[in-house]
Design a binder for this molecule. Structure first.
Ligand code: AMP
Length: 534
């Protein structure tokens, strides 16, 4: 019997100066998607790649793309290749790949993402770039400002298309496609292939080669999965359980804690930090430089626990994560595979733990059905007793309700109307303004306003000085451009922001209780009139 000869990068028809960069990067053997996609893309064909992060998909499109671009020159304001990514981090990651593989080619690149000044980007565009890597929102902004001409685009690459769909970017992408020359190459990469993405492929690709490398329902054998069955649905009990599970794991080199909502990401990160864990949040509402810095610290091994939302973490190349903790099962069962796929990569061993409360049983059932595997139960010693000893949630909320009534009776009405879980949790986190004095803990991610952080970072001036209107507008755009344009300024988003915890509160207490900053008077402050106390 003869073995199939191993394909090498040198067999794929790549130019010498690209092979040299690959050797320096330590890559010799192409991954399956690279072996299949590179020759086809290098010939100018369209490709639909169904592949997750970790399969080497970025190099699968970057390598043949730079090979094709190496003949030809950039023209002012007319990029020759456009790469669309759903998030700034993913765009930055693709840019890193471009720099790594293209180091011996004279190609230029611009990154068009939020958090980077419009002016710097304009200067680059004006000079002319070969490759433009962008999030759809910022791209359309620059296009509308007339700083960009798209009729020179020879290759369009849509990365993480299903994530774009989740984020509501598909209308933006369709609009962008109409501005590009019809006679172009289109490459589309997606971890899953739902109907909307199939439609996108059908409408905007020409006879694409479909390459599928790993079905989303597969979980790697190198990952040991566990489920932690919680006796109740209390959020505070869940946070306690998370800590005990992390502690029961012994030596956790690094890990990602996945949460289903942004507000949960903040609360969980703050709670972990409060209890002495080295944790930081990452989600789309945080300013770009904070997100990048957190990610870098995590990659460099200076941060142990990254608390993330699916959107923020999807597509991020974070090699060698030891543990994945699901604060709850994901609402979309296929995200479970993406989440735990952060560990157990490249043959390394990894562990995953998923907290499942009675309310989560249904979504956990869907996950089990999809992965077709039994996941053993895990329970840290003494956790059940500890959870049983926690004061019940109603008791904590009753105290809060009384205070809210004292401030005008809204709490009671809200409860009657059945407040949303997120709202209830936020309220729990902002409650207890008259709690007894104990040590105060700085929990920047929650206690500080997201918008206020963004402005503080973006502005290099004393707080009171107001920037000129044009500058203010620019900053507003910079903060918004990761959102689909149709949704910017969306009322529900805005009202969610309004509901965030009061900004001038600091947190204290066993978990997350806030107290007013010293120079603020909230409602009646500490001087509650006697008639109200009665
Ligand atoms: P991606 O799926 O593009 O996010 O890539 C995942 C990781 O695999 C990145 O860290 C790449 O640098 C790495 N990688 C890509 N291609 C190869 C290869 N042929 N051999 C080894 N590692 C690779």
């Amino acid at each position: 019997m003869t073995d199939t000869p191993t394909v090498k990068f040198a067999d794929l028809g790549l130019a010498e100066n690209i092979l040299k960069a690959l050797t320096e990067a330590g890559y010799d053997i192409p991954t399956p998607i690279q072996a299949e996609a590179i020759p086809h893309i290098a010939m100018g064909g369209d490709v639909t790649g169904i592949a997750q992060t970790g399969t080497g998909k970025t190099a699968a499109f970057v390598l043949p793309m730079i090979q094709r671009l190496s003949t030809g020159r950039a023209r002012a304001r007319m990029p020759r290749c456009l790469i669309l990514c759903p998030t700034r981090e993913l765009a930055a990651q693709v840019a890193e790949n471009f720099e790594k593989y293209g180091k011996y080619l004279k190609l230029t690149m611009a990154l068009l993402i939020g958090g980077v000044s419009f002016k710097d980007q304009e200067t680059l565009l004006q000079r002319g770039v070969d490759v433009l890597i962008a999030t759809p929102g910022r791209l359309m902004d620059q296009f509308d400002r007339g700083k960009l001409l798209l009729m020179g685009v020879e290759t369009l690459i849509i990365d993480e298309a299903d994530r774009m769909l989740d984020m509501g970017f598909i209308p933006d992408i369709e609009k962008i496609c109409t501005k590009l020359p019809a006679n172009r190459q289109t490459l589309l990469f997606s971890a899953t292939f739902p109907a909307d993405i199939q439609r996108l492929a059908k409408n905007f690709q020409r006879d694409p080669k479909k390459i599928e490398v790993a079905r989303p329902a597969q979980t790697a054998e190198t990952i040991t999965q566990h489920v932690v069955k919680l006796p109740g649905n209390d959020a505070k009990a869940r946070r306690t359980a998370l800590r005990r599970v992390i502690e029961a794991c012994g030596e956790v080199k690094n890990g990602i804690v996945f949460c289903n909502r942004k507000v949960e990401v903040d609360i969980v990160a703050a709670s972990l930090t409060k209890h002495g864990h080295d944790a930081a949040p990452i989600h789309g509402d945080l300013p770009q430089n904070v997100r990048m810095e957190t990610l870098q610290r995590f990659r460099d091994g200076h941060l142990k626990l990254l608390v993330a939302s699916d959107v923020a973490a999807r597509g991020l190349d974070i090699p060698d994560v030891g543990h994945v903790f699901n604060f709850a099962p994901p609402p979309k069962d296929e995200d479970y595979v993406h989440r735990i796929g952060r560990t157990g990569r490249a043959g390394r061993k990894g562990e995953s733990y998923t907290l499942v409360s009675p309310d989560d049983e249904k979504s956990w059932g869907f996950v089990l059905k999809m992965i077709k595997k039994d996941v053993p139960e895990f329970m840290p010693e003494g956790l059940l007793d500890e959870l049983a000893a926690l004061p019940p949630e109603e008791k904590r909320s009753r105290g809060r309700g009384d205070r809210e009534r004292g401030r005008g009776g809204r709490g009671e009405r809200d409860r009657d109307r059945g407040r949303s879980r997120g709202r209830r949790e936020r309220e729990e986190a902002t409650a207890e303004i008259d709690a007894p004095e104990t040590e105060t803990v700085a929990v920047a991610a929650v206690a500080e306003p997201v918008e206020a952080v963004a402005v503080a970072v973006l502005e290099d001036r004393p707080k009171r000085e107001r920037p000129a209107r044009s500058e203010r507008n620019e900053k507003r755009r910079e903060r918004n451009d990761d959102q689909p344009r149709a949704e910017r300024g969306d009322r529900s988003e805005r009202s969610e922001k309004r509901e965030r915890p009061q900004r001038d509160y600091k947190r204290k207490d066993d978990d997350l209780i806030l107290e007013p900053a010293p120079d603020r008077v909230i409602g009646f402050g500490k001087d509650i009139p006697a008639f109200l106390k009665r």
